[in-house]
Design a protein around this ligand. Sequence first.
Ligand SMILES: CC(C)(COP(=O)(O)OP(=O)(O)OC[C@H]1O[C@@H](n2cnc3c(N)ncnc32)[C@H](O)[C@@H]1OP(=O)(O)O)[C@@H](O)C(=O)NCCC(=O)NCCS
Length: 188
Amino acid sequence: MINEAHFTTFPLLKTERLLLRATTLEDAPALQRIRTNPKVMEYMDTYYHDTLQVSKDFINYNLDAYANKKVIYWMLEKKASGTTIGDFSFWKIDDKHHRAEIGYTLDPDFWGNGYMKEAMLRLFSFGFKDLNLHSFEANINPKNGNSKNILLKLGFQKEAYFRESFFYNGEYLDSEIYCLLERDFNAI
Ligand SMILES: CC(C)(COP(=O)(O)OP(=O)(O)OC[C@H]1O[C@@H](n2cnc3c(N)ncnc32)[C@H](O)[C@@H]1OP(=O)(O)O)[C@@H](O)C(=O)NCCC(=O)NCCS
């Protein structure tokens, strides 16, 4: 059973350099900055946050979905400066199969410093040990080398390649599905 207590009290998590905290509407400018950066959006295959309102709607969507126990959405904040440098989501949380899909972004100014790996180590540990999930799924654009790299480093295995399964911007894009079981994670 998923531990529903984490939908009553938000799971605030800490790592050596980061605070993984709940979002508020005050995150809208940071989110908009990140989700209008072409380096971030290159393989996300989703809409740009062209206005602040789009970011506010995105935050509200995540807050509502958390209230409905379908999503846990964290902001990644640098402890030292209080700067918001990215986000991370457990979404499509599947209570029956104890599985969640993940989504994540990091401001390119902070790429190559191990921040996302540090966040993921804490988040997956929380997901398996505290939330009682059994597996995580990631669905990526096969051209997203940065995302593939980090998933493999965390113990994910590639389980599927779907041809032209994702319709975005007038094109049918291929998808790769990666999966992490608790025993894969424990083995890294
Ligand atoms: C995917 C993404 C989060 C990866 O970011 P990243 O900075 O490469 O990942 P990490 O935080 O783990 O950093 C890893 C790099 O930091 C380096 N590093 C430096 N200091 C480090 C430290 N103290 N600890 C660990 N790694 C460190 C590592 O060597 C590694 O570099 P390498 O890949 O050349 O080996 C980022 O590319 C991104 O936001 N992409 C756009 C959004 C996106 O596509 N999201 C996924 C959608 S499916």
